[in-house]
Design a protein around this ligand. Structure first.
Ligand SMILES: [Zn+2]
Length: 92
């Protein structure tokens, strides 16, 4: 849970109006919990939404770190950061 100030609270509400995806989270405001989450969303939907958001933002789908390297074959950014990409390669 992220501790926030009034200013941030306003930002979250603005985000909710303009880009709800980005407002999603759990916040602590003056001892109160503010939760923004999609209604009636099950676990796998939540995972998929997070995955899609991270793909769109070009960050690692596992840890959310910025992906720098590009796949030379597809000319697209990798889905995972170096660490997680290497982990996957070692496993396979
Ligand atoms: Zn990663």
């Amino acid at each position: 849970m992220k501790k926030i100030r009034a200013k941030t609270l306003n930002k979250i509400f603005d985000g909710l109006k303009n880009d709800p995806e980005k407002a999603v989270g759990s916040y602590l405001f003056r001892g109160y919990r503010v939760q923004v989450s999609k209604y009636n969303e099950n676990g796998s939907e939540r995972v998929l939404r997070l995955y899609n958001r991270r793909r769109k933002e070009g960050v690692c789908v596992i840890c959310g770190k910025k992906v720098i390297k590009t796949n030379v074959y597809t000319k697209k950014k990798y889905r995972k950061c170096e660490k997680h990409r290497l982990q996957e390669n070692n496993r396979g």
